[in-house]
Design a protein around this ligand. Sequence first.
Ligand SMILES: [Zn+2]
Length: 213
Amino acid sequence: MARGRPAVTRARVLNYWRNHGPCPIMQVVRATGADRSYVKRILLQERTMEIHGKSLIIDDDVIRRFNEKIDKSPGQGPGGDCWIWIGARDSYNYARGIMVNGRMVRGTHLSLAIAGRERPSLDLIALHSCDNRPCVNPDHLRWGTDIDNAEDHRQRGRRGPHWLPDEVVHEIHRSNERNLDIARRLGMTPAAICNIRKGRAHKRIYDQYYPVT
Ligand SMILES: [Zn+2]
């Protein structure tokens, strides 16, 4: 911070960034009245994050490319507010990520870092509270250990291996979409959709649609 610069300006810039960011630098300049070079300098500190032990700068271009890979339209995932990664996914259906300063950064990690929740240590992984693997909504993510992850799975296991809210199962039966399309929208695999539609999972609801006569 420049000497003599009122701390209130800095607070205003950072507050705006927390409430409206990630957004272009000029938007912050217009909203706060602070000058451009000052905003740039503050946000550069704020948006430099440690990933894989290296400081990477999250600039407007990174944020633009991140946003391009996300579908934020409502109604996705169990709570209806998942952000679905529409870029490449790994074989487990998790968001792969984008290149930042020559390094591949996972979609979930980048999302948390942009939200101001940098990875606290390298042994932590991003865990989903929504259980929706391609989701990168930072509100559904938290840093945790492998042990936390196993505990999450154990808790969900109690609700059965094919746990899904009933209304989602109904939606799958009522939909005319292809397995692939509905699977993408709900963050599931086409095979899981097929199992529900054929009555191999959630038989009780299946029977309401295809009663045995
Ligand atoms: Zn989610």
